[in-house]
Design a protein around this ligand. Sequence first.
Ligand SMILES: NC(=O)c1ccc[n+]([C@@H]2O[C@H](COP(=O)([O-])OP(=O)(O)OC[C@H]3O[C@@H](n4cnc5c(N)ncnc54)[C@H](OP(=O)(O)O)[C@@H]3O)[C@@H](O)[C@H]2O)c1
Length: 270
Amino acid sequence: MRERLLGKKAAVTGASSGIGRASALNLAREGADVALIARNRERLEETAEMVRKLGRKAVVIEADITDAEAVKKAVETSIDELGGLDIFHCNAGIYLRCPVKDLRMDQIRKLMEVDFFGCLNCVYAVLPYFLEKGSGHIVTTCSMDGKKGVPPDAAYVSAKFAMNGFFQVMRQELRGTGVNVSVIYPSRMDTPQIKHIDCPGITPKGNPDMVGKAVVKAVVKKKGEMMVPWFSCKLLVLAEAISYRFSEWLIRVNRLEGVENGKEGINEAK
Ligand SMILES: NC(=O)c1ccc[n+]([C@@H]2O[C@H](COP(=O)([O-])OP(=O)(O)OC[C@H]3O[C@@H](n4cnc5c(N)ncnc54)[C@H](OP(=O)(O)O)[C@@H]3O)[C@@H](O)[C@H]2O)c1
């Protein structure tokens, strides 16, 4: 354990599961105390127990990220209970797999509401505090779907592209303020969110711990962007830079859209 974040205070949304839990545990392993934010108290308590076993303070905060007031309160509680805040990981999100021809507008709005506007509720709740103290780090979990759209994820892709654009601009605008911005682009990770999809071929599901480690690296090394895993994601981005035909051919031949396995996935936008 290198404890490169000893004494730091972090908050993670979506800390009750998957990538958010992995992020909280990796931040704690590096020495940070952590506020854990999501809606399911029981699962948040499980994460909190894991954080405490690592010898760090954990604060459980029940909040829905689509509720701006609740998010503001969550940030205030994090600051009060932890004695400040240095890192905020906007991670909570939902996924919807549905071809464009079958998508409904209310489903697309729901995805934007949670994955994009929910994330912005977090940004606007914490940014004034970071700017006032002249330091802080905002990390977001985007997706490779925010770099290149993969079918049948149009609603999810739209939210992640919006997030990507917003964070790219925010990173440039905040240069020199002491507030750092990192965007993490994971490929498919083995979490409850995509339990109903198998990913054969060159992009098997990764362990969410890889993303947790990337969050730590992004904060410690002040990296603006991290793709996880690096090689296959970079390959897709390079292919797209050469020609959209090339990247879309790669998506088709490698079946990057994955295969439905019949298991019940989490689908809040149904
Ligand atoms: N898994 C992947 O392959 C993958 C790839 C790229 C990017 N991502 C992104 O990674 C992030 C985490 O996903 P995951 O794979 O770890 O999925 P997950 O295991 O389903 O976790 C999603 C988390 O978001 C929380 N959440 C959902 N809606 C919320 C809301 N309205 N308010 C507060 N919290 C909410 C959930 O907690 P509660 O239900 O307790 O509220 C849960 O903790 C998402 O942004 C996702 O888009 C995932």
